[in-house]
Ligand binder design. Structure first.
Ligand SMILES: Cc1ncc(COP(=O)(O)O)c(C=O)c1O
Length: 428
């Protein structure tokens, strides 16, 4: 039985989360599932999601939350948007699975057409992927095929996914260290936002660098904005040196920052753009969109050199087409910009008002609240859960509260969430 009819409700806590059912299921999951991939062990049980709609999540104990994570940035159009659900239902009644890269289906064609027009890449073509990390793998393989150069310049901090190829570009030592013997030495790293002169020197240095990969706004690693003009300067530098520019818009794309893509704010048109998360409206689909001349490097043997059984899955394509319609029909990027400016006016006083807050930064509906310590951030997330707010902490040392609500969140819900966080900050 569905209990979240509308999705624009305020939180309601019936039993302190995690409730008894969540604790029971957590224990079962900890027995059945490999360690590491879940946080549901006895020491730190958490809630389990039963249902979600709009900006609301209902847990297995009947508690209702406001989701300030958008399910890792996926639910830009809100959870279980009726048009996404209808499109998936329609497609599931017709073709549930096809033949991947070998024989396409009509929605894959339509989605590729839509993406090549929408993503800010000149003369664009699309390479579909299953996950964000898969899209990054495609970008990195493209760079090697197109330039013949093994070197990649990435930044610190950066999160580009955890598959072995993407892990090269991801910066956090905890993710890299256990697999370091599998990581090659062609990865160069500089501080995010560093001087362009330093980047120019690195590009001119020993190892042949084929591409620069970056997040136009750093997401999971702490919501960090680039210095003004940096992206544009970097794009010009790459162009001048014949180095490809790869923008990882997996979190920032599709309206999150108040533009369709974060690079749009600087008028930058990268050679390759990685997309994922919000694109599928809840279904797994991702894509790397690149310049035709660059992607042409894949034309080799007639064999698909990078593919997956479920690539461009029919139901995910149906969902993605619905998401693109909703984003443009409801002008959600513009809405994110408008709500973001209002949020900024409220949040910018926080460092001066609350002793626990060290800094606040963001754009559109992507905000980071940096706290003094990891313990403070964990404490606020826990307390927020108890009051019905889902918030994740990020950043290399876990000190940054990430506020990433659905772009469809109601003003009443957003206002309520901000007031609740302020109440929690007073207590810290
Ligand atoms: C910027 C960025 N790139 C890549 C990824 C990896 O995407 P996925 O988890 O779908 O593999 C993420 C996920 O958080 C991300 O935020």
């Amino acid at each position: 039985m569905k209990r979240l009819a509308r999705g624009d409700l305020l939180p309601k806590i019936l039993t302190p989360p995690p409730g008894p059912r969540a604790r029971r299921l957590s224990r079962s999951l900890a027995r059945a599932e490999a360690p590491g991939v879940n946080t549901l062990h006895d020491a730190a049980p958490t809630i389990l999601w039963q249902e979600a709609k709009g900006a609301n999540v209902l847990d297995v104990d009947g508690n209702r939350f406001l989701d300030l994570t958008s399910g890792f940035g996926v639910a830009a159009v809100g959870h279980r948007h009726p048009r996404v659900v209808a499109a998936v239902r329609r497609q599931a009644g017709e073709l549930l699975h096809g033949l991947g890269d070998v024989q396409a289906h009509p929605l894959r064609v339509r989605l590729a057409e839509r993406l090549r027009r929408r993503v800010p890449v000149d003369d664009a073509q699309v390479y579909f992927a299953v996950s964000g990390a898969d899209a990054v793998e495609i970008a990195l393989k493209t760079v090697l095929l197109a330039t013949g150069r093994p070197g990649i310049l990435a930044f610190e901090p950066a999160y580009h996914g955890l598959t072995l190829g993407a892990l090269h570009a991801t910066s956090r030592p905890e993710f890299r260290r256990p697999f370091s013997r599998h990581l090659h030495s062609h990865l160069h790293r500089l501080p995010y936002g560093c001087r362009l002169g330093t980047i120019a020197q690195t590009l001119a240095g020993g190892d042949e660098i084929g591409a620069v990969i970056l997040e136009p706004v750093v997401g999971r690693e702490g919501v960090i904005l680039p210095p003004p003009g940096w992206l544009r300067g970097l794009a010009a530098l790459c162009h001048e040196r014949g180095v490809l520019l790869v923008a990882d818009e997996i979190l920032t794309g599709f309206g999150r920052t108040g533009h369709w893509f974060a690079v749009d704010a600087d008028g930058v048109r990268p050679d390759l753009v990685c997309c994922g998360k919000a694109l599928g409206g809840g279904l797994p689909i991702a894509a790397t969109v690149g310049r035709r001349g660059v992607l042409a490097a894949w034309e080799r043997s007639g064999e698909a050199l990078h593919t997956a059984t479920f690539m461009a899955h029919p139901t995910a394509c149906a969902a993605a087409l619905a998401v693109l319609d909703i984003l443009s029909g409801d002008k959600l990027p513009r809405r994110a910009a408008r709500l973001g400016s209002r949020l900024e006016r409220r949040l910018r006083d926080w460092p001066g008002t609350f002793s626990a807050v060290a800094a606040v930064r963001g754009r559109g509906l992507m905000w980071g609240v940096e706290l003094a310590s990891r313990a403070d951030a964990a404490g606020i997330c826990r307390a927020a859960l108890g009051r019905g707010l889902l918030i994740l902490a990020g950043g290399a040392d876990g000190r940054v509260l990430q506020l990433l609500p659905p772009l469809t969140i109601s003003e009443r819900q957003l206002g309520h969430a901000v007031e609740l966080i302020e109440e929690l900050l007073v207590e810290f």
